[in-house]
Design a protein around this ligand. Structure first.
Ligand SMILES: Cc1cc2nc3c(=O)[nH]c(=O)nc-3n(C[C@H](O)[C@H](O)[C@H](O)COP(=O)(O)OP(=O)(O)OC[C@H]3O[C@@H](n4cnc5c(N)ncnc54)[C@H](O)[C@@H]3O)c2cc1C
Length: 437
């Protein structure tokens, strides 16, 4: 029932329509809960669309795919319309795929609706207030899912949260994505294959240079350009992923330091810095790098990419050891294999710690329940985690899997008329068998 009038009370309200919120809403609604997905922008996708973060990071080990469910359906839809190749996709096609699945699941959507207040008392969130076209609308629900990336429901309800590094308060750097066309990608790949020391080693996880799907490095050329003042000093490498259209790449390259994305003032600065960096990077690539001679800028993302702001405090906190040791849980609701990945500030080493091939970890159901609240779940970028744990579980496949699990818990709580913490884990496990078998 997309775009119809909205009700003033729902079974489930999902706050924020990134990949976590989309997955949560689809799951909750397709299991019978009357569900509203609320989004401050006029379109779906959050980082997967506004942020143009358009490769999916690793979610498989050997021959086992760890995240299926809604995430796989999104991918299948994009592949059907040639909007995805390997792990790279177009933001537009992501939106189309998400609309289709939300519509099929009968989710109500409210766009242009920023959540600005909550009515939270005695552990219960009763309603949210959204600012919509100069009006404030109050909408109630039995269960709420915070997938706002910034833990907006938690923040507005004065519930505790964490932000940044536990000791230093550092937040990961931001990156404004952009897309280029006209690249001679074979030439770029061939050149990388011949000069492997100038690139990240993980890009060569293939037997033939033609099969490389992401290219990351160009360390020496970037260093020279920084020394000459042609590139901003924060830049360390160029990283792009190939896309369905020949000659196109999505660039995860700009590096914006020292700013806090939960402040509009800092976000404004980040947008400006990001756009300045893009101009210089494009000029540099065209002038200096083999294979880019005829390339050009196609577009930059609608908004700067935000890796880290607030994190919810849940009944369980996903931590670095869970990731590194491949922890398994009796109440697992999702699996992942992406390691610690912290994009450090200027005074901080970046860290990328891949897990040994074949190792994966699980996320327990307890991590979804917001501490001190009886009807709020949280998933996605703001999920209950330490900074290390967060740096691993923040990738899109894991956000989707955890979001889907929240949707399942919310729908079952409604169906069985019980508090979210009393849902029967065995029933949840069955619901999530796509991601747990
Ligand atoms: C630069 C960068 C590179 C990355 N690289 C990769 C990668 O290569 N592969 C990968 O898989 N992942 C990558 N990630 C991680 C991944 O993109 C994000 O962590 C993930 O997409 C977050 O999804 P989410 O649904 O939790 O949040 P978001 O996508 O941030 O969605 C939150 C939504 O909530 C809305 N919202 C927020 N507050 C409110 C409010 N008050 N009212 C209403 N709506 C609100 C927002 O507008 C947004 O649409 C990267 C992230 C960044 C920033």
């Amino acid at each position: 029932m997309i775009f119809m009038s909205i009700q003033n009370k729902y079974d489930v309200i999902v706050a924020g329509a990134g990949v976590a919120g989309i997955s949560a809403a689809i799951k909750a609604s397709s299991h019978g809960a009357k569900t509203l997905l609320v989004e401050r922008y006029s379109f779906l996708g959050g980082m997967s669309s506004a942020g143009m973060v358009t490769p999916f990071m690793k979610y498989w080990i050997k021959d086992k795919v760890l995240v299926r469910g809604v995430f796989e359906n999104l991918q299948n839809e994009m592949r059907k319309i040639e909007g995805m190749i390997d792990n790279g996709f177009y933001a537009l096609e992501f939106r189309k795929a998400a609309y289709k699945l939300l519509k099929e699941a009968n989710v109500d959507i409210l766009f242009n609706a920023e959540i600005i207040a909550t009515d939270f008392k005695d552990r219960i969130l009763k309603s949210i207030t959204v600012q919509s076209n100069n009006k404030e609308i109050i909408i109630q629900a039995n269960v709420f899912i915070d997938t706002s990336g910034d833990a907006s429901l938690i923040y507005l309800s004065n519930l505790p949260f964490q932000k940044g590094d536990e000791k230093t308060g550092n937040l990961q750097t931001m990156t404004l994505f952009f897309r280029m066309g006209g690249i001679d990608i074979d030439k770029v790949k061939e050149n990388a294959w011949k000069n492997k020391e100038d690139y990240f080693s993980w890009i060569f996880d293939t037997t033939d240079y033609k099969n490389i799907i992401s290219i990351a490095g160009f360390f020496n050329s970037v260093k020279r350009a920084v020394e000459k003042g042609e590139l901003h000093k924060e830049l360390e490498y160029i990283f792009f992923t190939t896309l369905p259209e020949k000659g196109e790449g999505a660039f995860n390259t700009t590096n914006i330091t020292g700013l806090d994305a939960s402040s509009s003032y800092d976000l404004t600065k980040a947008e400006i810095i990001g756009r300045e960096q893009i101009n210089r990077v494009v000029n540099f690539l065209v002038k200096e790098i083999k294979g880019f001679e005829n390339s050009y800028l196609l577009e930059s993302a609608v908004q700067v990419g935000v890796r880290e702001t607030r994190r919810v405090i849940g009944d369980y906190t996903i931590n670095g050891n869970d990731v590194k040791k491949g922890m398994k849980f009796q109440d697992a609701i999702a699996r992942a294999c992406y390691g610690i990945d912290i994009h450090g500030q200027e005074d901080e080493e970046s860290r990328m710690e891949e897990l040994p091939e074949g190792q994966y970890y699980e996320i327990p159901m307890r991590a979804l329940f917001v501490k001190d609240a009886d009807n709020i779940l949280a998933a996605g970028r703001c999920v209950s985690s330490t900074r290390e744990g967060h740096s691993a579980v923040r990738i899109q496949p894991t956000c989707s899997a955890i979001g889907e699990a929240c949707g399942a818990v919310a729908a079952l709580a409604i169906k069985d008329n019980c508090p979210i913490r009393n849902v029967d884990y065995q029933k949840i496990r069955k619901e999530l068998s796509d991601n747990l078998d």
